[in-house]
Write a new protein. Structure first.
Length: 431
């Protein structure tokens, strides 16, 4: 008997999936692949149920003979193990980044004479509703908050992109690319003090207060599902920080990063060009400990950011602080540098990892941007934050567009370089 294989990444079965199975049955024994969780995160979205629950769900569909786990979104493991006579897939993967996977599958099938069967993709109100329901579940505070820790455990490195509005949140949420036949996307969002301030035309000196920052977070929470890390600046007074920890935790934010500076905070990328004062180990440790006592869930992370390299206090000081802040309860360490050369960051990571194998390390490679995610991961980094690139990308284009309209006394000249209005409308989901 011939084998018809199809791969699912879904947590809910709707009529589209039933239609695929009905069609697969015509070709032989039906084997369904449950795409592994790490691959599903890259391919589609974070699952709301475990792989065991997925397997049980797929097994319960009438007509399914066997369920296996598919480890590679490019189908190589399945093809090698199973040699399915037919691979069944919806025809929606003919366009967009998924088309690269389709091409790979066609090549694989050609190697042994298998056949690709494409079924018209079912997209109707019921399917749309099922999809929305999954998204809503993922956006719930209790699910969203714990996801950062889950990702740290699951991924070689967690990739976080800056968001400072609903729109930039949507870019972090929805951007999917294809590389070497694999899809990829960002894991979470960084609400940067620099970009949140810049977007309001304000300097990055803790002038934009927590109430305003929470408004930004709320706008992002409303339209996304991915985990959020807040740049909490210095955390303010420990007596205030504890209240903010509760608020952030309740809203579904996964982590706050606070930096060991006191007084008028200036952006770290100024380094020693401006006056900035580092907090004492004792004071900052007490602030972390107070935050940890205020926290009500184990999911929420309080990450300590060390400014010793920024303020040229040396590696020894940075490591000493990392140890002290971890002992005070920090759930992670962010180490920052404004050097172009990543060697001091690598040195810190290697030294810290020699002392501590587990505490997550976070880096923000704005200046040392030649280092790749793979290299950072090799040196023990768990989270990489792209902290300001979206704002820096948008600003020059907005200025030159404004200049062109002003020069030409009309908007015709700029129109061909703008996103079509119908596309911008489609970017936003309607209920
Ligand atoms: C931010 O994004 O606001 C940060 C990172 O704190 S940096 O600007 O590099 O200091
Ligand atoms: Mg900041």
């Amino acid at each position: 008997m011939k084998t018809a294989y199809t791969c699912f990444t879904t947590d809910i079965i709707h009529e589209g999936h039933l239609n695929i199975i009905e069609n697969a049955k015509k070709y032989g024994r039906v084997v369904v692949g449950a795409l592994s969780i790490p691959e599903s995160i890259r391919y589609n979205r974070f699952p709301t149920i475990s792989i065991e629950e997925r397997i049980a769900l797929y097994k319960s569909i009438p007509g399914v003979d066997e369920v296996i786990v598919q480890e590679d979104m490019g189908y190589r493991d399945v093809v090698e193990k199973l040699h399915p006579d037919y691979i069944i897939h919806g025809d929606n993967w003919k366009t967009g980044p998924e088309s690269a996977i389709r091409k790979k599958v066609e090549e694989l099938l050609k190697e042994y004479g298998g056949e690709l069967i494409e079924i018209p993709y079912t997209y109707n109100e019921e399917v749309k509703k099922a999809d929305r329901r999954l998204q809503e579940k993922l956006a719930m505070p209790e699910y969203r908050r714990e996801r950062l820790r889950q990702l740290i455990d699951m991924q070689p490195i967690v990739k976080v992109m800056e968001a400072h509005s609903g729109l930039t949140g949507l870019i972090c949420e929805k951007t999917v690319v294809e590389r070497d036949g694999r899809l990829d996307q960002f894991d979470g969002m960084w609400v940067s003090s620099l970009c949140d301030s810049t977007d309001r035309g304000k300097p990055d000196i803790e002038l934009v207060d927590m109430t305003s920052r929470l408004r930004t977070i709320d706008d992002i929470l409303e339209v996304t599902t991915k985990p959020i890390i807040l740049d909490g600046d210095t955390g303010g007074l420990a007596e205030h920080f504890v209240y903010n920890v509760r608020t952030l935790e309740r809203s579904g934010v996964s982590a706050v990063i606070i930096e060991d500076k006191v007084g008028l905070k200036k952006n770290s990328l100024f380094g020693t060009e401006v006056k900035q004062t580092q907090d004492s180990i004792e004071n900052f440790s007490a602030k972390i400990a107070a935050g940890k006592r205020a926290r009500l869930t184990d999911d929420f992370m309080i990450i300590a950011r060390i400014e010793s390299l920024i303020l040229e206090q040396g590696m020894k000081d940075a490591i000493e602080r990392a140890e002290a802040f971890t002992a005070a309860g920090a759930d992670g360490i962010m180490i920052h540098s404004r050097k172009k050369d990543p060697s001091e960051i690598i040195e810190f990571c290697d030294s810290f990892r020699a002392l501590d194998k587990r505490t997550p390390i976070v880096v923000v490679p704005t200046s040392f941007n030649s280092i790749t995610e793979e290299e950072l991961s090799e040196h023990g980094v768990n989270i990489v934050i792209y902290a300001n690139q979206l704002v820096r990308a948008a600003f020059p284009v907005m200025v030159s567009t404004a200049e062109e309209i002003l020069k030409n006394h009309r908007a015709l000249e700029v129109d061909s370089s703008l996103m079509p209005f119908k596309d911008i409308i489609r970017l936003i989901d309607e209920l």
